[in-house]
Design a binder for this molecule. Structure first.
Ligand code: NI
Length: 262
């Protein structure tokens, strides 16, 4: 399952494969902390629907999160008996909280055009090829929404578990390594989101803009990004924190924002 998802993801995120091999050349084996998937809160596309194949594998919901400002909700799933498997973080946009005109566009271009088979996460945009003008209108309302409409339900990022890298003692050292290789990091909320006192630090690359095929032709849009996590022990528990920090995730979502002309 995760191999297939990685293959789909690296096809549109060549920077992830490049960084992966740069770690390998550095003598490291890369483990994946979590993957993240975006969806709509529609009854056929909800977090719970996307989670079904993971639940079948033995995953359980271990946390819920709210992002009122971005009109998002999220849950994270994991199989604690298989700790080398990644956690799965699934978020959904609360469409009823969007303006009526945007809800109508989503209804017309997504919900009325669904052709669902099993395993949503391999279906991508089951609503068909996106229209660039609709993509722009939706992105202006919500960068998350525009991205989701264009790319569909797929893995938005994989995450390097930097606790399992041997030659890096901190996330700062990992970031320095990435920058020395010419990679650009997401600076929203600082290069490192979270802190040791919250038991989780995260950084990420900025999504590359790549040519993407729309009904009207090809246009440059942000694709996916690669994330890096460092987890800390909860005092007295003798185990690493395995949840997520809503405030950090809130900023990580912005890794797929369109580049602003400056
Ligand atoms: Ni993440």
């Amino acid at each position: 399952m995760f191999d297939r998802l990685w293959n789909d993801y690296k096809a549109i995120t060549p920077v992830a494969e490049k960084i992966h091999s740069q770690f390998s050349e550095h003598g490291e084996s890369v483990f994946n902390d979590h993957i993240a998937i975006r969806t709509f809160n529609h009854e056929l596309l909800s977090i719970e629907k996307v989670a079904e194949p993971f639940i079948k594998m033995g995953y359980k919901c271990l946390g819920t999160y709210d992002f009122p400002e971005k009109k998002l909700k999220a849950k994270h799933y994991w199989d604690e008996s298989n700790p080398d498997l990644p956690k799965v973080f699934i978020s959904e946009i609360q469409t009823e909280k969007l303006p009526k005109s945007i809800q109508q566009l989503i209804d017309q271009h997504v919900f009325q055009k669904l052709s669902i088979s099993t395993d949503l996460v391999f279906n991508k945009n089951t609503w068909g090829k996106a229209h660039y003008d609709v993509y722009q209108t939706l992105s202006d309302e919500s960068e998350y929404l525009g991205w989701l409409y264009a790319h569909g339900i797929c893995v938005n990022h994989f995450t390097v578990d930097t606790n399992k890298l041997h030659s890096f003692q901190s996330l700062e050292e990992v970031n320095t390594f990435l920058k020395s290789k010419g990679h650009k990091l997401n600076l929203v909320g600082g290069e490192i989101k979270g802190s040791q006192t919250e038991y989780l630090e995260q950084s990420s690359t900025i999504s590359e803009e790549r040519l993407y095929s729309f009904v009207e032709g090809e246009f440059m849009i942000p694709t996916c990004f690669y994330e890096f996590s460092r987890r800390y022990e909860i005092p007295g528990k003798n185990t690493l924190f395995q949840g997520f920090i809503a405030e950090s995730a809130n900023k990580i979502f912005e890794s797929t924002n369109r580049l602003k002309a400056s």
